[in-house]
Write a protein of this length. Structure first.
Length: 191
């Protein structure tokens, strides 16, 4: 098997950038990142759904416990999180959002749509983990400014920007449908 090397010439932050990459290995990396990130989200959503739907009201998962008891002291948005606690809409958005976003990424379906909303969720989770405001250096439980939620948000942004669903994903097939070919704006949801 031959590994083709490609080059990318682009401008980033006003700087001309040129680099080479392996076409072969890049495809594997993108699929691996897409499926792994999808699994993380799917697992988080399914575990919440199972406890919510098990029929025992004492075991029902809800975001209220976290929003009322686990938000770090000094979080600049503590009032916002408290106002969301106990909302069935918030519970459904978290459970189904994680589940469906993860499933979409694994299958490579509507990847840009899923990556966008997954990144939005991760930014909310990141903001909920803040232990202080800007003047306190935005500390988090596991570092300053950057934690796993921010890493996930940028990874999801990258998957959407690349159009990762076109690489061994359902988006490659969906894009060949006449409705997508006749409505080019639909391609922005795919990828």
């Amino acid at each position: 098997m031959s590994t083709r090397t490609r080059t990318l010439d682009t401008e980033l932050f006003g700087q001309e950038t040129h680099f080479e990459y392996s076409e072969h290995w890049l495809g594997y990396a993108i699929i691996g990142l897409r499926v792994t990130m999808g699994w993380v989200l799917l697992q988080g959503g399914v575990t919440k759904l199972i406890t919510y739907l098990d029929g025992n009201p004492e075991n029902n998962w809800t975001a209220a416990g976290y929003l009322m008891n686990a938000i770090p002291e000094g979080n600049p948005f503590v009032g916002l999180w408290g106002s969301m606690a106990g909302s069935p809409l918030i519970d459904m958005l978290v459970m189904w959002g994680l589940t469906l976003t993860g499933l979409g990424l694994i299958l490579g379906a509507l990847v840009r749509w899923n990556a966008f909303w997954g990144a939005v969720m991760m930014l909310f989770f990141w903001a909920a983990a803040l232990e202080g405001g800007l003047m306190a250096g935005l500390p988090l439980a596991h570092g300053w400014v950057v934690d796993d939620h921010l890493v996930y948000a940028f990874l999801l942004f990258g998957l959407g920007a690349i159009g990762a669903g076109r690489i061994l994903g359902l988006d490659a097939r969906i894009e060949r449908l006449s409705v997508v070919e006749n409505n080019r704006w639909l391609r922005w949801l795919l990828g």
